[in-house]
Design a protein. Sequence first.
Length: 168
Amino acid sequence: MSVMAIAALPVGMISFEVFRASRSSRRNRENRCGKCGGPLYAPGAVVGPSLLQGHLVCEPCAAKERRSLKRSLIAAGSITALTVLALATVAIWTPSQLGSHPWLPVIVTALEYPAIFGGAVAWMKRANRRAAQRLGLETQPSLSTRNDTTLAPNHSERWTPDSDPPAG
C-alpha cells in the first residue's frame, strides 16, 4: 500500500502541474491572469503583470506567489537543517542505527536536499527566461532584488501576447 502511495504522489503532482500550466497558457492567450483568470492589468495595481513560472499573472497574484515562494524556501531550508541535525544526532549517539557508515546519510541529505530545491528554483527561473524571450521582454539580472519580469502598465494601450510589448 505504501509503495502505491509513493508512486501515486509524484504522478498526481505532475498531472496537477501539467493541468495548471495548460490552464495558465490558455488564460494568457485570452489576456487573462494565469493564476486567477482575472484581467492581467488588475484594477488599482501600481505595476503590470509579472512572469512567474513562465506565465503572466496579475500583480495581486504575483505578490501572493512571491510571499508563498519565500515561505516555501524557508520551509525547505528548515526541513533540510532539521533532517541533517537529526541524522547527525543519530550518527553521534547511536551510529549502529545508521549502518556501517553512519555519516553517509548525513552527507547525502546535506548534498541532495539543497540540490533538489535549487533545481526547482532554477527550473522556475528558466521558465521565466524562456517566456520573456517568447514575449520579447527584457529580463532583469538573476541576482536582482526582484527576480521576475514585470511589464509596466501603459494606460494608453493594453499589451497582448500577440502585439509588441509596451514601450517604456
